[in-house]
Design a protein around this ligand. Structure first.
Ligand code: SAH
Length: 346
């Protein structure tokens, strides 16, 4: 990683790079198309671009490719979990899910995570580094090529906190939705955050058409602080204000994720407080039965509790779904596969 990641450049930056090399700007567009429309792995593939220009580019840039080192398939539901190796020998994970309407990808935004949520495997070894925008896009390209499919939906819900790597996330969004590349609709993209308030507001001002998901997991600060250290930085009230602002600016309703952990946040009282918090808001609640992580002793709520929790919210007029557990047979909880690999269990 001595040089910068060519795949992270915007179209305009590549056009400027071409000009700087004494080439016409369309040469920059050609390279961009090779990278983001045709998902090329190397400059050698770009046969219609003059060799001299390719050589000049490679003086300053390289491609932070991802190598597929393992694919785990859940034969029951078709979910594929990918272990990918970065150019500096880190391992990240991405997931490909098949739905009736097409393929959806869950991608990582960082190598590891420093948010410290107590139920999450991704944060156990801390944050190693941010992923570049190009590496986020490359997760999509690598999975498409490996399985010979076209991905139409993306959730940025893998390892990492996207708003702790905000600039790269924004760059990734612009690349992946760009018509000169994959042209994936912003409406089909969801970004999930543990609630970094300043970035929620910054994103709102960009008017992207994406869906914002907030990992709430508790209806009041005292409880949230017990399971999510980030709650010491931002109160639920501040998060709610930022979400209202997001809705005002974009007209897009916010999703609230709530992982149900037995005897931690699944009581009737919690459901009532959550209902009160969200009442009258244009929102959606996604209940996720917690995926037990080996290193933690959290248990999933019982089916009855989950249904009762859901019913109480519905009675209060709140949109709620229970997340379909996909890839259960293949270590699907965030960061678990990567952990198993690092520990030498795979
Ligand atoms: N850092 C971002 C995105 C990554 S996690 C965020 O906090 O939103 C994606 C979602 O999965 C988050 O809602 C996260 O809290 C949740 N999650 C993490 N580990 C989990 C587990 N073991 N069981 C259920 N949900 C989990």
């Amino acid at each position: 990683m001595n040089k910068k990641d060519l795949r992270s450049l915007s179209l305009d930056e590549l056009k400027n790079a071409a000009e700087d090399c004494g080439e016409k700007t369309y040469r920059g567009s050609q390279v961009y198309e090779w990278l983001h429309k045709r998902c090329a792995d190397g400059l050698d593939e770009m046969t219609n671009v003059p060799k001299s220009f390719r050589n000049r580019i490679s003086e300053d840039y390289e491609l932070y490719d991802l190598e597929v080192i393992k694919v785990l398939r859940d034969e029951e539901d078709g979910t594929c979990k990918f272990l990918l190796k970065t150019v500096d020998d880190n391992v990240i994970e991405s997931v490909l899910m098949k739905y009736e309407h097409g393929f959806s990808a869950c991608i990582s935004s960082q190598v590891g995570c420093r948010m410290g949520c107590s139920f999450c495997a991704s944060t156990i070894g801390g944050r190693i580094r941010d992923l570049t925008a190009g590496e986020m896009a490359e997760q999509i390209y690598a999975m498409q090529k490996s399985e010979n499919v076209r991905i139409s939906n993306i959730v940025v819900m893998g390892t990492g906190e996207p708003f702790d790597n905000y600039d790269s996330f924004v760059r990734f969004y612009e690349i992946i939705t760009g018509k000169e590349g994959q042209n994936i609709s912003g409406r089909n993209i969801t970004v999930s955050t543990c609630g970094i308030v300043e970035k929620i507001r910054e994103l709102a001002d960009r008017h992207f058409a994406l869906t914002l998901a907030i990992s709430l997991h508790a209806p009041y600060d005292e409880l949230r602080k017990k399971i999510m250290p980030v709650a010491n930085r931002y109160s639920i009230e501040e998060i709610m204000d930022a979400c209202d602002y997001f809705f005002e600016r974009t007209g897009r309703r916010v999703t609230f994720e709530y992982s149900l952990i037995s005897e931690v946040n699944d009581s009737r009282e919690c459901a009532e407080r959550l209902a009160k918090l969200l009442k009258g808001k244009n929102s959606h609640v996604n209940l996720i039965p917690v995926n037990p992580v080996k290193e933690r002793d959290y248990k999933r709520s019982g089916q009855e509790n989950i249904s009762a929790f859901k019913k109480l919210l519905e009675k209060n007029g709140i949109n709620v779904t229970i997340r379909r557990g996909m890839g259960k047979n293949i270590d699907a909880a965030c960061g678990q596969l990567r952990r198993s690999y690092i520990k030498g269990e795979l």
